[in-house]
Write a protein that binds this ligand. Structure first.
Ligand code: SAH
Length: 359
């Protein structure tokens, strides 16, 4: 086991088993050994849509421009990106915004919410020269609640910590990370949960249920601000449309599945996003939620086909690369159907763009 694994094992020896959520946080953000703090995980363990094609960030920039325009161009908007990774998405979105809605950029404050100092430094390098008012925060807090709020987040919710529970003879017990014979292992909490998952009476023994309270808290807080101040949020991730039983926590190292507990921090830990729960959280906070729709229908509705054709006309020598990259985003067998899009906007605002195709 690596150094971070040893430290986690020592922590468990002192305090007892930790939740899967705590384990994820340590693996991602431990200052010395975390995957987001100390390893170039994006682009090495996995690749994301903005890193595949510049059209992705441009379409999201156009979504913000259109949504802001349809809402009567509110003054002093704030554009926030959650988990901006290498900063590519925001750089592409700003380029599209400066062409489609220069007034938005003149007025807007742009805030990148990034918990990893190493990634924030990379983003600053990439965005240092853009002509816009950009600043960074390590969390989404109350300081972001006083202006119309536009939010974009791609592959952010999948890395937020989840809890798992397992159906046993004695009820639903939380799955924890413990230590046996010097190595990390999964164990069950001795006491069952006081409140079992909804509609879980008929689930078989051994069934797993995941919850992501950090993810729902983010959506709730953002939806509350949007309902009060105006704006819109776009959440894109791989996941499922309705809450369901099943185990989706995974570790990916260098593009391949890896053991979750074997080398903490040396793989990317994530779980499929429960869009049903996120939608419910947005609606409970008083906003209107759109979708989830598939990424292919969302991008097609926004006109990624036409955008691709124009890019190819402008760069004929790269025609094949451009077409292949866009196909990767929209092909149902690649990222097109696995990735879903959910939007949140005020109940009183016009329908947001991108949700006109039905799936
Ligand atoms: N959106 C990017 C990167 C996705 S990886 C892209 O599409 O390429 C997830 C990103 O979220 C990383 O930048 C990670 O450091 C950040 N992150 C994860 N949990 C976070 C949290 N709780 N608060 C802020 N940033 C977080």
């Amino acid at each position: 086991m690596n150094a971070l694994g040893q430290r986690i094992a020592e922590l468990i020896a002192v305090n007892g088993p930790i939740s899967v959520a705590q384990f994820m946080t340590l693996c991602q953000f431990d200052p010395q050994g975390g995957s987001y703090t100390a390893r170039q995980t994006i682009g090495r363990d996995f690749i994301t849509a903005p890193e595949i094609s510049q059209s992705f960030g441009e379409m999201l920039g156009l979504w913000v421009a259109q949504t802001w325009h349809d809402q009567g161009r509110p003054e002093n908007p704030r554009l926030v990106e959650l988990g901006p990774g290498r900063g590519t998405l925001m750089a592409d979105a700003i380029r599209a915004l400066s062409a489609a809605a220069p007034h938005f950029l003149l007025d807007a404050e742009i805030v990148l919410v990034e918990a990893s100092p190493a990634l924030a430094a990379l983003q600053k390098e990439k965005l240092g020269r853009v002509a816009a008012d950009v600043r960074w925060q390590d969390r989404f807090d109350d300081s972001l609640s006083d202006r119309p709020l536009y939010v974009i987040a791609n592959e952010f919710f999948d890395c937020l910590p989840i809890h798992q529970c397992v159906k046993t003879e004695r009820g639903w017990c939380e799955r924890m990370v413990g230590v046996a014979e010097g190595t990390l292992c999964f164990v069950l909490a001795p006491e069952p949960l006081a409140v079992p998952p909804e509609k879980s009476e008929n689930a078989p023994l051994g069934a797993v249920f995941e919850t992501a309270p950090a993810a729902t808290a983010f959506v709730q807080e953002i939806a509350r601000v949007i309902a009060a101040q105006g704006g819109g949020a776009l959440f894109i991730d791989y996941g499922y449309s309705k809450t369901a039983f099943g185990e989706t926590l995974q570790a990916i190292a260098d593009g391949k599945f890896a053991e979750i507990l074997a080398q903490p921090g040396q793989s990317d830990l994530s779980a499929h996003v429960d869009f049903g729960a996120l939608k419910g959280a947005g609606e409970a906070a008083g906003a209107k939620a759109y979708g989830p729709v598939t990424q292919c229908n969302f991008l097609a509705d926004l006109g990624i086909g036409e955008r691709g054709e124009r890019l190819i006309l402008a760069n004929p020598l790269q025609a094949r690369e451009i077409a292949t990259a866009i196909d990767r985003l929209v092909n149902p067998e690649l990222m097109g159907e696995m990735f879903k899009v959910l939007a949140v906007a005020p109940k009183t605002a016009p329908q947001v763009p991108g949700f006109g195709l039905d799936k």
